[in-house]
Design a binder for this molecule. Structure first.
Ligand code: UT7
Length: 329
């Protein structure tokens, strides 16, 4: 019997309208366009404005568009995996909120938290349910409202992050297309270098934690950079090697968009030329769980059936990983 792979059969994305430019950030903190551009590659990022809107609301846009594209109803979805570090609330899961908002009455779902590697982890997890035959339609959503946990007085973090969300649909494929391989890793000893200190069971929210600004994202940038640049590049190269893929055979490298310098280092390590690297960090910044699906969405029209894609990410935890994917349409 032919092996069943989990293929991406539709992709869609959503980026909020409001554009926060480097020039606007210059009026908020002591920074400048030249520094941000040369150190990160970012020119602007999107911000979800408006009261009463959370990450699930961006997902509603992305997923409704995806369902229309694929020509199916929400009721046909079996499972929703929502990859995020900015859930609408600590519980219930944003996957459940999304299911309710789009009318996915027959789906079960859960949130997956692996910081910036979340979508890679979620794609691999979702693929298992398709490969075993348990489910026929799995939605993997990656999105974050990073502006909800960013301190816009901290120039070391506020210039980096943005809001956005992407989603893919996984369905069975017997033509050898879809998720072929993945390598996932984590190392919790890096937890102090990139985190949100308060609001969990270790340090519940209090007046003190709010005053100490401990509900915002905290990052020791230089240290994280060192781990990110090595691990993301290594894991991408490793997955190519174990699948006997040469740089020439790789059609697209889809890297997490944390820093243009990390993206370039990963591409160099893999030997993939810059024309085959998906980069939109200049327009969206780091949307955490949104980066990889937003790239797939923006490049969708240029992708061809059978294209070999290498996805790679690194994030807080630490977490990192890579997926080898054959595009299915
Ligand atoms: O997505 C999850 C994983 N995260 C990452 O992969 C992020 C990894 N880290 C990075 O991308 C980079 O470390 C940053 C973009 C966060 C920072 O870039 P950097 O080249 O590592 O800068 P740095 O922290 O070493 O700071 C260099 C200088 C410092 O000044 P001094 O001490 O040399 O005088 C900073 O105070 O730049 C200063 N600086 C800034 N200057 C203007 C820091 N932030 C800014 C700023 N504008 N926004």
């Amino acid at each position: 019997m032919q092996k069943v792979h989990a293929a991406i059969t539709a992709v869609n994305g959503y980026a909020p309208e409001y554009i926060l430019t480097n020039h606007e950030l210059e009026t908020m903190v002591d920074t400048n366009d030249e520094w941000i551009t040369s150190r990160t590659g970012i020119k602007e990022r999107r911000i979800q404005k408006g009261e009463g809107l959370g990450t699930s609301d961006m997902a509603v846009h992305a997923v409704n568009g995806l369902l229309t594209k694929r020509g199916i109803t929400a009721e046909e979805i079996d499972l929703i995996i929502f990859c995020t570090i900015t859930p609408d609330m600590p519980f219930p899961a944003t996957a459940n909120v999304l299911a309710d908002k789009i009318g996915a009455k027959n789906a079960w779902g859960f949130d997956l938290e692996a910081a910036c590697s979340g979508f890679i982890f979620g794609l691999t997890t979702g693929a298992q349910f398709i490969e075993t035959g348990k489910h026929k339609k799995v939605l993997v959503v990656g999105g974050d409202k990073m502006s909800s946990i960013i301190n816009y007085e901290d120039r070391t973090t506020c210039i980096i992050f943005g809001d956005g969300c992407g989603a893919v649909l996984l369905e069975p494929n017997t033509e050898g297309l879809g998720v072929i391989d993945s390598i996932l890793r984590s190392d919790g000893s890096g937890r102090d270098l990139l985190n949100q200190k308060a609001g969990g069971s270790l340090k519940p929210a209090s007046h003190e934690t709010v005053d100490a600004k401990e509900h915002y994202a905290y990052q020791e940038g230089q240290q994280v950079f060192k781990f990110a640049v090595t691990n993301m590049a290594d894991v991408a190269a490793e997955i190519m090697e174990r699948n006997n893929l040469t740089a020439e055979e790789v059609d697209w490298l889809v890297p997490h968009q944390a820093n243009k310098r990390i993206i370039d280092a990963t591409a160099n390590r893999c030997g993939v030329t810059s024309d085959k690297v998906m980069i939109n960090i200049d327009r969206y910044g780091n949307t955490t769980n949104g980066t990889v699906p937003l790239c797939l969405w923006e490049w969708e029209k240029r992708l061809k059936k059978g294209d070999d894609l290498i996805l790679a990410a690194f994030g807080g935890g630490f977490t990192w990983g890579s997926v080898y994917l054959k595009w299915a349409y």
